[in-house]
Design a protein around this ligand. Structure first.
Ligand SMILES: [Zn+2]
Length: 473
């Protein structure tokens, strides 16, 4: 394994190990913070390959770090393995759950985690064979879909000493991301008042529901005086029990999204004032719980270009006629407009998605775009340079977070996209080990971007993940 292209050969020769792992995670979908089987499966495999495992990264019981090698540079591969609720689906082209109501891998994180793991292991084999100095890490990152596991890992300093990081997400075409994912803050505002008979002694009551309503009205007035790009959405999760009892407690749950952390923190501060004002008006007490959040993504363009160069070396993904037929049959379940909405949301020019499966290689498709979704890879991006690699794992009309994506993530289409991603990331990592100048260029861009504004994460510094006991370790 002297030549860097030998990692490609190695990955091809070992692909069965990785497709089996991805399929096992696919067949045992687990929700955020409960990825017990997936994390154990991956950590055991990495330990068997000689990696040193550290569990409980950031205090999350299903988070771990696997490390191999010595010295600098330190390159990390950030994988995920959580599934989505209610998306159970068989690996076929019509909708039918394996277990009705059970979770399913509608975002392809079975591929995401395993592809990053395969990239890390292939890189390790190359380091081992060549004697090249350097350290490779795999991070098992829980709860991307809900709960933002990486934010706790970031707050604990788990990514601080990384020189660069790799992350891949199943997508519809092959390109490395340069776009920005928006920041989000997830906060519950609960008010406490005094209950009383609503007809006989209303003057003795202080309504927590009034506070909720006044807060929401205040926020709706605020909308006129904020940037158009900011999104605020809420639900009332508790509005009291009965009309004849003045509600002692009530709660509104908010998601607040902005293009940058600065903009997010500014609007959250204004919303907090409105909540405090509502409490003052109604003589209630405000209790605020920051549930989670994610920072906007600082995509590293040098790293994206490096991955594009690796993709050009590899050429496109070739799909078989059977895979194209599967993709076409799956896509037929979705209205034609789905393609346009997916393209818009992820900053992909619609012309790229011309066929049911697009295995071609593209330069970054989302440059200059702010994508209308959030990811906790954003928090990693403030700690180490990263560019999210997207590879073709889904038919172009199939929306993520839907049953069709589950079917595709369990098929040979998903396997091919995953293996391809592992190759691209391993080749790009090797370039960074071999070329200090390239790594310097990646770092230089990163230093400029993080210097533009401070990292003030959308959760308090002392935020803790939910306490969950891992049953298999
Ligand atoms: Zn995802």
């Amino acid at each position: 394994m002297k030549n860097k292209m030998d990692v490609v050969t190695w990955l091809d020769a070992h692909q069965v190990e990785f497709t089996r792992m991805a399929d096992e995670i696919w067949a045992n979908p687990e929700l955020a913070f409960e990825e017990f089987k997936a994390s154990k499966l991956q950590a055991d495999y990495l330990a068997s390959q000689g990696f040193t495992i550290t569990w409980d990264v950031g205090g999350v019981s299903t988070a771990f770090m696997a490390e191999w090698g010595e010295g600098q540079p330190i390159l990390g591969f950030a994988g995920e393995y959580d599934a989505l609720p209610g998306l159970s689906q068989k690996q076929q082209t019509s909708q039918e759950p394996v277990n009705a109501g059970a979770p399913g891998h509608g975002c392809g994180h079975n591929l995401l985690g395993t592809g990053c793991l395969a990239g890390a292991v292939a890189t390790q084999k190359w380091l081992q064979a060549t004697g090249q100095a350097g350290t490779v890490r795999y991070y098992g990152c829980p709860a991307e879909e809900n709960g933002s596991g990486k934010i706790y890992m970031a707050l604990a300093g788990a990514f601080d000493d990384l020189d660069a990081a790799f992350n891949f997400h199943p997508g519809w075409a092959n390109y490395a991301g340069k776009g920005s994912w928006i920041a989000v803050s997830d906060i519950k505002f609960r008010f406490w008042g005094k209950s009383a008979h609503a007809a006989a002694m209303p003057h003795l009551g202080r309504s927590a529901l009034d506070a909720v309503e006044l807060m929401n009205v205040g926020v709706n007035y605020l909308r006129e005086h904020i940037l158009e790009s900011i999104r605020i959405h809420y639900v009332i999760t508790d509005g009291g029990q009965a009309p004849n009892v003045v509600p002692e407690t009530a709660q509104s749950w908010y998601f607040i999204r902005a293009e940058t952390l600065d903009e997010l923190n500014e609007v959250v501060a204004r919303i907090r004032k409105i909540a405090q004002g509502a409490a003052l008006m109604t003589e209630t007490r405000l209790e605020e719980t920051v549930q989670a959040g994610a920072s906007n993504m600082l995509s590293n363009h040098v790293l994206a270009d490096l991955q594009y160069d690796s993709m050009k070396l590899l050429g496109p993904i070739e799909f078989t006629p059977a895979e194209n037929a599967f993709a076409e049959a799956l896509a037929a379940n979705y209205p034609p407009s789905t393609k346009k909405f997916m393209a818009d949301a992820f900053g992909i020019p619609i012309k790229v998605l011309s066929r049911p499966l697009v295995g071609d290689v593209f330069p970054s498709l989302d440059e200059g775009r702010v994508l209308s979704a959030s990811t906790d890879v954003g928090d990693l991006s403030w700690k180490a340079p990263v560019s999210m690699l997207m590879t073709a794992c889904f038919p172009t009309s199939v929306a993520i977070h839907s049953w069709g994506a589950v079917a595709s993530a369990g098929s040979s289409i998903g396997h091919k996209g995953m293996l391809y991603a592992a190759k691209v990331m391993a080749l790009s990592a090797i370039e960074l080990y071999l070329s200090p100048e390239k790594l310097r260029a990646v770092r230089a861009e990163f230093e400029v971007k993080v210097a533009e504004s401070p990292y003030i994460p959308p959760v308090p510094e002392d935020a803790r993940p939910p306490e969950v006991k891992h049953p298999y370790r």
